[in-house]
Write a protein that binds this ligand. Structure first.
Ligand code: DGY
Length: 323
């Protein structure tokens, strides 16, 4: 009797139906968790004896957990493009294939990034709070004035991958000048309207800096106090990548002393906990890690994760392996 497929958290209805169909056609039962993240004990129990797992970024997978799962586990499909929640070396040592969901969330993530750029530069959340505060207000030439991104402002994209390039296309449509860092492009070259530069130039010249790097030991606190100080005075920082890429304490200090005019964060260092200092920092727009939360996108992420599991269980190569 083949082992079950374990799903740690409920996916969208379409992705759930896809998983059930995949389980049926593989002759396997599907062991389904809840909507909320499992505790470590629940995760270990869910994985025990499973041949395959569909997990989300809230599940931390390390060597101990893989050992508890058992040697029959063949594939862990992460329902996310990021995979910093999974110890890849431990998975490799355990002979477990790891997959992610690249490509299907680029547009949604770029849309959300651009929404945050506009929200923070045009002070949308501040205006909403002002009206909800029920204080009297009247139109004024100096009221809630912010940056005109489409009047020649420069956007700096740290990490020109799939999502970074989708953000660049949106910025170009808004007549922004776009700079980017990329491991694959030589500083000084231009492609598709984007000029590639080194990190120092990007920080010094951008009115808005948007972070699109994965979280790795090399990128942890890439945006630290020194990087923030190197940003143009009055600039804005956007992070829809991973919380650990930005030193939140340093960001709060840069907002408080006015060096930065604003910032927008969709991801947090201690997620889902949010550093209380962020809640009182001026000019900060916050969203709860929802950059990929488009209906079609969340369907596609779940379906791709399930297809990866189905491929591996059928003895075929995974569609989107990591590493
Ligand atoms: C990802 O896919 O890594 C996002 O952070 C969640 O959609």
């Amino acid at each position: 009797m083949p082992g079950p497929i374990y799903l740690s958290r409920l996916l969208t209805d379409r992705a759930m139906a896809h998983l059930e169909a995949a389980g049926r056609s593989a002759g396997r039962t599907v062991r389904v968790g809840r909507e909320a993240p499992p505790s470590r004990e629940e995760l270990a129990a869910g994985l025990a004896g499973a041949d395959a797992a569909v997990l989300t970024l809230t599940e931390r997978v390390d060597a101990d957990l893989l050992a508890a799962a058992g040697p029959q586990l063949r594939v862990v499909a992460n329902v996310a493009v990021g995979f910093d929640n999974i110890d890849l070396a431990a998975a490799r040592a355990a002979g477990v294939v790891v997959t992610n969901t690249p490509g299907v969330l680029d547009r949604a993530s770029a849309d959300h990034t651009f929404a945050l750029i506009l929200a923070v530069t045009r002070r949308i959340a501040e205006g909403d709070r002002l009206i909800r505060g029920r204080e009297p207000w009247v139109w004024g030439p100096r009221m809630l004035v912010g940056l005109d991104v489409s009047a020649g402002a420069t956007l700096g994209i740290l990490g020109y991958g799939r999502i970074g390039s989708a953000v660049a296309r949106r910025a170009l449509a808004f007549d922004m000048r776009v700079l980017a860092t990329s491991r694959r492009a030589t500083p000084g070259t231009t492609a598709d309207g984007v000029t590639f530069v080194d990190t120092e130039t990007l920080l010094a010249e951008s009115d808005v800096v948007s972070v699109h790097t994965p979280l790795t030991p090399q990128t942890r606190h890439l945006i630290d106090a020194a990087a923030l100080a190197a940003m143009k005075p009055g600039a804005y920082l956007i992070n829809t990548a991973r919380g650990g890429v930005v030193d939140e304490e340093a960001l709060v200090a840069a907002l408080r002393d006015g060096h930065l005019r604003g910032a927008a964060l969709d991801v947090f260092e201690g997620e889902p906990a949010v550093n209380p200092a962020l809640l009182d920092a001026p000019g900060l727009v916050l969203t709860p890690h929802t950059a990929s939360a488009g209906e079609a996108t969340r369907d596609a992420m779940g379906i791709l994760a399930v297809d990866n599991v189905a491929a591996v269980l059928a003895g075929n190569p995974p569609l989107t392996p990591v590493g």
